[in-house]
Design a protein around this ligand. Structure first.
Ligand code: SAH
Length: 213
């Protein structure tokens, strides 16, 4: 356990500010969240570096800059009261940051062991406004739709249609799209139209169909 994590987390927030993150809400959440609790013990010394790290089962905890950037974009394009769906809970770190910026988060993870660990981490941190489910995120979460914002933290070749269908009017979906070359894409729903904008190049693990134990 890092005893001085507050200082490290604060320095990470400062670095993200220098790299262009301007939302105070997001920077505060980064500064307050013990990222070392979201990685394995052997990687704790790297947990406040601005890098993605392995979390087992071939998956990664996203790079802090990308977590902050996607959360900031969602805040700019939706509102803090928007109901948010996250696809790809992974370590739960992005969920923890979202939980401090929005009223309620729904998060879906296809790998049971990761979902289970993420759930206990968020409980430990008293973040009770995240509802999690072990399922295939390609299907979204119909029972809680529509969502004001949907954030996908794994890359598909194309945006799953079920996710677009679960967007609320004026809702925003943010997702990495592509195979070897990926871009962050923002899609806005207006009635039955979907207006998409291609943003910066990114690198995420693939969005895989089907849930596993
Ligand atoms: N936001 C996470 C990122 C984890 S990596 C974090 O910061 O820790 C992406 C996650 O998406 C992985 O855990 C992977 O298992 C999950 N994933 C991939 N395909 C999925 C699918 N179809 N449904 C739900 N989760 C999926």
């Amino acid at each position: 356990m890092l005893t001085n994590y507050r200082r490290s987390a604060h320095q990470l927030a400062q670095l993200l500010y220098e790299q262009g993150i301007r939302s105070q809400k997001v920077l505060d959440a980064i500064a307050l969240t013990p990222r070392h609790l979201f990685v394995d013990d052997v990687l704790q010394h790297k947990s406040y570096q601005n890098t993605a790290l392995p979390i087992g089962l071939g998956q990664t905890i996203s790079q802090p800059f990308m977590v902050a950037r996607m959360t900031e974009l969602l805040l700019q394009l939706t509102s803090p009261s928007a109901k948010i769906l996250e696809i790809g809970t992974g370590s739960g770190y992005q969920s923890a940051i979202l939980a401090q910026c929005f009223e309620h988060i729904y998060s879906v993870e296809r790998i049971k062991a990761l979902q289970w660990q993420a759930k206990s981490r968020l409980q430990k941190l008293d973040l009770f406004n995240v509802t999690m489910k072990h399922a295939d995120g390609w299907q979204g979460w119909q029972a809680n739709a529509p969502f004001g914002g949907i954030i996908v933290t794994a890359a598909a070749a194309e945006i799953p249609q079920a996710l677009l269908a679960q967007l609320d009017e004026d809702g925003i979906l943010l997702s990495p799209i592509g195979d070897r070359e990926q871009h962050l894409v923002a899609v806005k729903r207006q009635g039955d139209s979907f207006i998409s904008e291609k943003l910066e190049a990114v690198k995420f693990v693939p969005l895989v169909a089907g849930a596993i134990d």
